[in-house]
Design a protein around this ligand. Structure first.
Ligand SMILES: [Zn+2]
Length: 183
């Protein structure tokens, strides 16, 4: 099975295609995998301002978005975002399904790190997945903000509360989560 086929199974994209994947080995750098993404031929970009399909105007330089590592080898999506000419919002950058805004971690990878950060310390999570403490911190923050934005207290029967040390020193952050059905 090709890597592309695996990605189509675990991270299917509707209006985009995984074109090809390369494994990169360079002296002095940890090996990594790059997977190129292209928009489907007749797919119009979605304006990040209003969420509507709009005509594209040009493309920015290709950017890398980090996905969940495979065999502990870093995986990056490579994609050149299209700029959108929106009659309502002006010129914006398109919205893509795998990442938000200027975030360089894919949303799937953020949830992956946030889940592991419930079982391991943030430092251990960073070390285990060869990433930075800051990435783990931002992934947890995203999960907490998502939880706040989507909270519906009616169905919650049990909650868990974790107190986590935040950076070094005596700053603590309290993470409250629903014990069953948490994303
Ligand atoms: Zn718009």
């Amino acid at each position: 099975m090709q890597l592309k086929s695996i990605l189509n199974r675990v991270e299917p994209l509707k209006s985009f295609v995984y074109t090809h994947a390369i494994f990169v080995e360079r002296a002095g750098v940890e090996p990594f995998t790059e997977v190129e993404i292209k928009p489907r031929a007749n797919g119009r970009p979605i304006c990040s301002g209003c969420g509507k399909k709009r005509p594209g105007c040009d493309r920015l330089a290709a950017r890398r978005f980090e996905f969940v590592p495979l065999w502990n080898i870093a995986v990056f999506f490579v994609y050149a975002l299209r700029r959108v000419d929106c009659p309502k919002c002006g010129v914006t950058v398109e919205r893509v399904p795998w990442a938000e805004g200027k975030e360089h971690l894919t949303t799937t990878y953020r949830w992956f790190l946030a889940r592991w950060a419930k079982r391991l310390s943030w430092k251990e999570t960073a070390v285990a997945f060869n990433t930075t403490w800051d990435n783990v911190f931002r992934a947890v923050k995203h999960a907490v903000l998502w939880g706040i934005a989507h909270r519906d207290l009616s169905g919650i029967e049990a909650i868990g509360v974790d107190e986590m040390q935040w950076r070094s020193g005596h700053t603590y952050l309290t993470l409250v989560y629903q014990i069953s059905g948490v994303k």
